[in-house]
Design a protein around this ligand. Structure first.
Ligand SMILES: Cc1cc2nc3c(=O)[nH]c(=O)nc-3n(C[C@H](O)[C@H](O)[C@H](O)COP(=O)(O)O)c2cc1C
Length: 162
């Protein structure tokens, strides 16, 4: 099993390392290429419509391999799985998982803080807000950690069956 991750603030890295420990594999960041054979798990944060894990999959043409992609985000994972934003980017056989992340405003770069400020301002002006949007507004400026290593259990099961 090959595990690759992209992580700006460390929460995805923590998931990748725990997953690697549980599977007896190595977790390397996405600056590393991937061997030609064997199943792959790619993890990355959700940044709005952008997901570095999907960019890695495209760059290395992993779509046709035995593959699982793990999105780490602040949206409630049940809601994220219903929305399933990776669905249209990946062939049906690819396993998609959504796990809860960590967002510490106290450590955000200026660029990311400005993005979040704009997103929250836009959402505040929206008349009808979803539960996820309300949570994003309420969390603005706070340090919130929803990391839950038990969220890796279904991914471990997928890997063991692969
Ligand atoms: C600029 C920015 C945009 C984000 N957009 C989303 C989003 O659209 N949906 C979501 O669920 N989480 C979003 N997040 C939360 C991150 O996905 C979450 O904090 C993740 O755990 C970060 O992973 P990392 O610690 O490995 O960098 C965003 C975070 C940042 C900084």
């Amino acid at each position: 099993m090959h595990i690759r991750y992209s992580s700006t603030y460390g929460s995805t890295k923590a998931y990748a390392q725990e997953l690697a420990a549980r599977l007896g594999a190595d977790a390397l960041d996405t600056t590393h290429p991937i061997p030609a054979d064997g199943p792959v798990i790619v993890l990355g944060p959700v940044h709005g419509p952008k997901m570095p894990a999907l960019q890695y999959v495209d760059r290395h043409q992993l779509q046709h391999r035995k593959l699982a992609v793990v999105a780490v985000g602040m949206t409630d994972p049940v809601i994220a799985a219903e929305k399933d934003q990776m669905r249209h980017h990946l062939p049906e056989h690819v396993a998609r998982f959504y796990v809860p992340g960590r967002l510490f405003y106290s450590e955000l770069s200026h660029k990311h803080l400005n993005i979040m400020r704009s997103v929250v301002a836009l959402l505040k002006a929206k008349p009808l807000k979803s539960a996820a949007e309300k949570a994003l507004i309420a969390g603005f400026g706070k340090d919130i950690d929803h990391t839950d290593l038990a969220a890796l259990d279904p991914i471990v099961r997928w890997a063991e069956q692969t």
